[in-house]
Design a protein around this ligand. Structure first.
Ligand code: GLP
Length: 241
């Protein structure tokens, strides 16, 4: 695991965008997994700019969403694919049929999670995986306790995740209580992984992830066992290390 430290989030976002662009340049036809949350918004701004200036194109790439709220229809404001669309997808040039989303309101959710695994298999695995980290160390919606051999599935969200999601939607009462997520094993098979961690509020969890034990109780610690992982962190995020 490689850790790259920059002065601030601005520099991290620029650097992350250059890493994504280099990956896409060298591997134009692979599946790219992108997260939601506040952390990657700066990265998306930079990627949108690169595409607008024709310095980058996703026209041969595929996008797969990392996680989604269970039962939340495509048109719902809280739908996480909508979040990705608003901040990123609508500004760049993925072909429409290269976009893979969870159908979170599918009648048969087990068939839906299997379909996502088949999509990944059909494309020879995840190419580039971009991650944030949840306040309790979750990856996507792999909450503490997620087995390292888990695959794409439904998961009950923890109180900590509901509270942090409440910041996005105004009130905890409107945060869905279950999610769909690519599994730990599914994520570990990515060819390359970038995790972005910025801000003082992430310093404690980053410290635990790097210095603590590798345990399902802190899903992000699993990154220490994976190949080709880069952590991009700003000075605030590494302030406890
Ligand atoms: C959310 C998402 C994760 C995200 C994390 C961090 O709940 N499920 O994919 O990486 O929490 O969010 P933020 O970047 O807003 O801190």
């Amino acid at each position: 695991m490689n850790i790259i430290i920059k002065n601030n989030a601005f520099e991290i976002n620029e650097y992350a965008a250059s890493m994504v662009a280099a990956y896409v340049h060298n591997n134009p036809q692979r599946v790219l997994v992108f997260p939601t949350g506040n952390t990657p918004l700066g990265l998306y701004k930079n990627l949108n700019g690169l595409v607008a200036r024709k310095e980058l194109s996703f026209s041969s790439s595929y996008l797969l969403e990392l996680d989604e709220y269970l039962g939340i229809a495509a048109h719902d404001q809280r739908n996480l694919f909508q979040w990705l669309k608003r901040s990123f997808i609508d500004q760049v040039d993925f072909p429409e049929d290269h976009l893979y989303r969870f159908q979170a309101d599918a009648a048969d959710i087990d068939t839906e999670t299997r379909r996502i695994e088949q999509v990944i298999k059909k494309h020879n695995g995840i190419g580039l995986l971009v991650l944030g980290i949840g306040p309790n160390g979750h990856l996507g919606f792999n909450e503490p306790g997620s087995p390292f051999d888990s695959r794409t599935r439904v998961i009950d969200l923890t109180r900590a995740s509901l509270e942090s999601s409440a910041n996005y939607w105004g009130d905890i009462s409107v945060v869905p209580t279950q999610g769909l997520t690519l599994g730990m094993q599914t994520l570990s098979e990515a060819q390359q992984t970038i995790m972005i961690v910025t801000g003082k509020h992430k310093a404690d969890i980053l410290y635990q992830m790097i210095k603590g034990e590798v345990t399902p109780d802190l899903p992000a610690s699993f990154l220490r066992t994976m190949k080709n992982v880069t952590i991009l962190a700003d000075k605030d995020a590494v302030s406890m290390l």
